[in-house]
Design a protein. Sequence first.
Length: 357
Amino acid sequence: MNRQRHPAHGRRRFLMGAAAAGISLKLPAGAFAADGEVNFYNWDTYIGETTLEEFEAATGIEVQYDLFADNAELFAKLRGGNPGYDVIVPSNDYVEQMRMADLLLPLDHAKIPNIENVDPLFMDPAFDPGRTFSLPYMWGTIGIGYRKSAVDAAPDSWSDLLASDRYAGRIALMSEPTTVLQLAMKTRGHSLNDWTDENLAEAEALLIAQKPRITAFAPDNGQDLLLAGEVDLAMEWNGDILQVMEEDDDIGYVLPKEGSIVWEDTLAIPVGAKNVENAHALIDFLLGAEVGAGIADYVQYATPNAAAKALMSEEYRTNPAIYPSEAAMEASETSVFPGQERMRAIDEAWTRVKAAG
């Protein structure tokens, strides 16, 4: 899934700062080495403004930083053979998928003492029992970002994006097949994990019918299209919308009444990592209380780091766009990996959606 911005800092400022600091945002082939560095593969703008520089100063370990747009890209890169990444940030359902494909190394918890900062509620998830292969980084929701001046009232249903002509030509959806099809199923009143042939076909038909009204299937930049005024509604990660809300007070965020996906992004070490010791050091650093608070403050997602959350402002801890209401959480679900056979059916359905006129 993707993520973030700080009240005083936009993504653009972060990218400029990263360039000035000499952080490589795209690694050329053969750029990986094995000594004194760690190769970090992360979502765009999903780190504190100075976190990597602080880690380098504290440890002497150089960070090579590369970006991916979505979980599908991350999975495809690793399935084709890890080019040398040491720390990755897969979402919960992809942790399960990567674990089943033997793409993740088990973590040595003894080398991650800051694991004690993690809220116990996150320490034994179904997708990774006992946290053998991953540790939590951030969590959040997917909802609707919208331009307030373009709507009579906040859109409160997925049907505003997926089954209405009211905003034709002003809609951006995400580009992840599983996510979009799941929310189409949610629109039709089904569980987002109920991948029956009938539900999948219904979701596919809904998207094909709506496609002429959709401006873009945005690869992790729906918030930018919204900020630029190219769309009025965008299916996006809550943190991404919160960030552009800080840049434009005409932008709002809502979790639809049908509920949504509650996701968790994690820190993991892929098979083929060349710097496993340094990878553990980076993960431990990111789970520090003050470091974790700095990241959460910048990216504006909910942190599973209890020690970090305790350091955050009341405004952050009570923001319903970061920590949804109990009712909104009850209507929402966590995505479960549907299995390889269903994934093939999902990919085929998505191919038909993208090919539709």
